[in-house]
Design a protein around this ligand. Structure first.
Ligand SMILES: Cc1ncc(COP(=O)(O)O)c(C=O)c1O
Length: 188
């Protein structure tokens, strides 16, 4: 083989196509519609944040942080959670900084799930759960949210069918992924 030729490897996630976000954003652009499919901040970054990041860079804060994240940041997050939700998480043993939610979810799933383990997800589910479970060699067990309608037939709520969830749990179940507030329904 020509050493400059790029070898082609089979994808480990052949079933992952174009994400729903790309599809909806393209449709919104095509129809000049308001794009509710993806969060696009329509306000500028707070100038105070830019100044603080700039000051930190000028102060040469450019080293690797500790694995779990900078202690002041973990303390601040712990205090914020306590103020907002009245629950204390230990900043040293229960809080880890990640580069966003997707990395946190991938890391948690890859750390916990071994080949053959089952992971229960509630669908519709955020689109990074299944690929992470697949890469870990796990099996996704999907349970659909139940639509609850009022007397006029309008959708009033979405509920987890607890009996189906309970029946799905067995000795192979390793994780149950709960997303609250739920995306895309917003249900708590
Ligand atoms: C339910 C849910 N999980 C994960 C993510 C991904 O988070 P991030 O953009 O921080 O990777 C999002 C983002 O909107 C989300 O709504």
């Amino acid at each position: 083989m020509n050493p400059l030729e790029t070898p082609s490897f089979p994808s480990r996630l052949p079933q992952v196509g174009t994400t729903i976000f790309t599809t909806m954003s393209a449709l919104a652009a095509e129809h000049q519609a308001i794009n509710l499919g993806q969060g696009f901040p329509d306000f500028p970054c707070d100038r105070k944040l830019i100044a603080k990041v700039n000051a930190a860079m000028l102060a040469d804060c450019n080293q690797y942080s500790p694995m779990a994240g900078v202690a002041e940041l973990r303390d601040g997050i712990s205090q914020k959670i306590e103020t907002l939700y009245g629950h204390h998480y230990d900043p040293d043993t229960e809080i880890t900084i990640t580069a966003g939610g997707t990395q946190a979810i991938f890391t948690a799933i890859l750390s916990c799930v071994s080949p053959g383990d089952e992971v229960i997800i509630i669908e519709p589910a955020f689109d990074c759960y299944r690929p992470a479970i697949d890469l870990a060699g796990g099996k996704t067990i999907a349970i659909s949210l139940q639509v609850v309608r009022d007397e006029s037939g309008q959708v009033a709520a979405y509920e987890i069918p607890w009996d189906l969830l309970a029946n799905a749990i067995n000795s192979k179940t390793r994780l149950v992924l709960i997303n609250t507030p739920h995306n895309p329904t917003g249900m708590i």
